[in-house]
Design a protein around this ligand. Structure first.
Ligand SMILES: [Zn+2]
Ligand SMILES: [Zn+2]
Length: 215
């Protein structure tokens, strides 16, 4: 198993957690949810010596795609979402107006993430799980590291909470099903990096997340 370096840090006005996942040997990296603060992302990449070969998104709310276009332009890497979220990319002006945020620059987006896919990043495989509910095209990413599995849950699962479902295409029963059937079935010691706020583990959320049966 290849060594993996993970850097997660909040970006943009809504503090979306952006993650850089790098194969330590080849230095090839995927950026998950470049939500904003492009100069900060650039600096982290430079310090790691990372070469971005994929840009992927857990979903397509404006706070998760704010720095996608400049990152795509500077790296030449494809920017990818699940096709069922494409309508959200096309309505970024509406999202910006609703949140009173400036509209971010846009770029070509590939709607080619799909369930059970493995996205290759150097010697690393990033697994894709379609976990709809927060948005129709919400996905979670899973990687195997020498220290166990790591899940990037986007706004589907938070520490002791879950994603809102009152926005475009949100579906509360569906997010509950995605979480219980696709995420909480992972190993209990799986580290969970969430879309906003602190990280957690699958086991902790099974025991303590009040939205999915914990206390
Ligand atoms: Zn969201
Ligand atoms: Zn978010």
């Amino acid at each position: 198993m290849v060594g993996v370096r993970i850097e997660s840090f909040p970006t943009g006005p809504l503090a979306c957690n952006c993650s850089i996942v790098m194969d330590e040997e080849s230095k090839q990296a995927v950026v998950i949810d470049p939500g904003g603060d492009f100069p900060l992302i650039q600096e982290k990449l430079r310090l790691l010596g990372a070469e971005v070969c994929n840009i992927v998104h857990t979903h397509t709310h404006i706070d998760h795609v704010g720095a996608t276009a400049p990152l795509q332009e500077s790296s030449g890497a494809p920017a990818r979402i699940h096709e069922e979220d494409r309508f959200l990319y096309e309505m970024l002006p509406v999202q910006a107006a609703m949140l009173g945020m400036p509209q971010p620059p846009t770029c070509e987006i590939h709607g080619d993430l799909f369930d059970e896919q493995a996205v290759n990043v150097g010697g690393l495989e990033v697994g894709v799980l379609h976990t709809p509910g927060h948005t129709p095209g919400s996905v979670s990413f899973v990687i195997d590291t020498p220290n166990g599995k790591v899940l990037f849950a986007g706004d589907t699962l938070f520490r002791r909470s879950i994603g809102r479902t009152d926005l475009w295409g949100g579906d509360h029963p569906l997010i509950l099903r995605s979480i219980s059937e696709r995420l909480l079935t992972l190993d209990g010691d799986t580290r969970v990096i969430t879309g906003h706020g602190p990280e957690t583990t699958v086991g902790e959320e099974i025991a303590q997340n009040p939205f999915v049966g914990g206390r």
